[in-house]
Design a protein around this ligand. Structure first.
Ligand SMILES: [Zn+2]
Length: 236
């Protein structure tokens, strides 16, 4: 066999392999299209409602969104108030939602961290251990999504009446269950799900919901994606 023939055979073989690969890819694509939702075509990483704020993506200390007061107590970015009110109205029959904590300024977030560290120290933790434990569910100033005005921590009416803070027990309340199941229909997502820590850097928070817009929320909910994972998908 001469080199020309060998080259031709190898080339033909390579072509068949390539075709086979293409065939497999397109078959997978076709079948997955039937069962998998498509990434919203208009979604862009730079969209205001997809803004990522976490320990690695900080928000400027001076950043203040245009705010509107909701529930006579908390503030949200004015652009998300209509969807927030719709969600509350829909939940009302089975689960009266109460705003626990919405927008926080840089200084407010600093105060939240200080208070939480002090509470832990009062229970006997060392300063270092208290800080480490607080950081599991609280972002330091500059890294909190609450500074965007796009997030809300919910409490139950009973917790609110008692003036108490968010608790892990919220997941088992009617409010927690309703939000987990339905918030996406109004453009809000459970921001820190179980097993989401590798991308969010925050433990499970059953009370913290974030506005991302209806189409994005639907996709994220169906595909079980955190905001970080979803945005990474968009930039690819
Ligand atoms: Zn929160």
């Amino acid at each position: 066999m001469n080199w020309k023939k060998i080259t031709a055979i190898v080339a033909a073989g390579t072509m068949m392999l390539l075709l086979a690969a293409c065939g497999t890819t397109s078959t997978n694509k076709t079948s997955s299209n039937k069962t998998t939702a498509q990434v919203p075509s208009s979604a862009k990483k730079s969209d205001w409602n997809l803004k990522v704020v976490n320990i690695k993506h900080q928000v400027n200390a001076k950043f203040v969104p245009t705010l509107t007061t909701v529930d006579n107590s908390q503030q949200l970015d004015s652009r998300v108030v209509a969807s927030y009110n719709k969600m509350k109205a829909a939940a009302k029959a089975g689960a009266k939602l109460v705003a626990g904590s919405g927008y926080r300024s840089y200084e407010h977030q600093e105060g939240v961290m200080t208070r939480n560290v002090q509470e832990r120290e009062a229970k006997g933790m060392s300063a270092a251990a208290a800080k480490k434990d607080a950081l599991k569910t609280i972002n330091p100033a500059g890294s909190s999504e609450h500074q965007t005005g796009l997030a809300m921590d919910f409490v139950t009416p009973a917790e609110n009446a008692a003036g108490s803070d968010v608790t892990q027990a919220f997941a088992k309340t009617a409010q927690g269950k309703w939000l987990k199941k339905n918030s996406w229909k109004y453009g809000w997502v459970l921001r820190y799900p179980k097993n989401g820590k590798s991308s969010t850097y925050i433990d499970y928070e059953s009370w913290h919901f974030r506005y991302v817009g209806k189409a994005n929320a639907k996709y994220m909910h169906q595909q079980h994606l955190t905001l970080e994972q979803y945005v990474a998908k968009l930039s690819k």
